[in-house]
Unconditional design. Sequence first.
Lengths: 222, 117
Amino acid sequence: MIVANRKPFEEIVELIKPYKKIVLLGCNECVTVCAVGGAKEVEVLASELRMYREKEGQPIEIKEHVPERNCDPEYVEPLGAIIADAEAVLSMACGCGIQFVGEHYIEKSVLPAVNTTFDGVTMEHGVWSERCLGCGNCILDKTLGVCPVTRCAKSIFNGPCGGSHDGKCEVNAETPCAWQLIVDRYKERNMLDKYLEIQPVKNWSTAHHGGPRTRVREDLKL
Amino acid sequence: MRLTYPTNVKIVKVPCTGRVDIIHMLKAFEQGADGVYLAGCLEGECHFLRGNLRAKQRVAHVKELLNECGVGGDRIAMYNLSSAQGQRFAEIAREMTEKVRGLGPNPAKNGKTGEKK
């Protein structure tokens, strides 16, 4: 899922300062699962903002809405009627959703209330961890399910580097060294000979380095 | 026991403090309450095992939210007492009332009728 963090309250307050009537959008997908922009979080932020503006003597009208997704036209197109009379839209969806709503309603300011952070997994209730950078050329078969692109701070392909100490990364003592994890798995599966194979230099053109990516499936087009 | 406690305290009954969500506490303030406190069972004595501990974490979070939006985190508190501690219940009601009275009216109230819950 896409994991995000809510922006600091002061920053959100500044973003909506000029407006008296806004729509606060959430999203029922990833940001709901990572507890940053679902129905609950939308309700809480709206309540906080209303109280703040009331205290400042500048009351604000906030309409709360949480569509199923913000990244598909079928859910974004019906938003027109909801945001029509709002001066701006504050969105707790991920960066994709915020942009997509903005693309559909260019006359409205669609403002981000969250910082979209990474693609990750839920480790336990309330803890999320990054797993994929979307590099466009998956090598998890070679590294036995541990992604060195994402989980190694240097994204190296023939590790570990000299910064690996007691299985931890020098960048952060709490972060496991991805290459230590990979080597441990090679050992567990008696595949250390595979580890000795030198991986070639990665072609990063499939990643974002090659510019924004688009995927087309001609057979699905209507 | 015929104990008395301040009449401004309005009780909202829930099956367990674990039922109280962040938004319930915020809504009380938004609707004009000057202070809110949760009276949960003693720690370790929750019938639902962790309800009062969850409430404690949520109250701590709401404190941060109230500080953020300028209402003030001191206006919310969590207390733990057993159903046999009527005396303590009245004492807490007085304690919280005095504390909130000292803090003054909820700054986000703006004309709404305030009720302490």
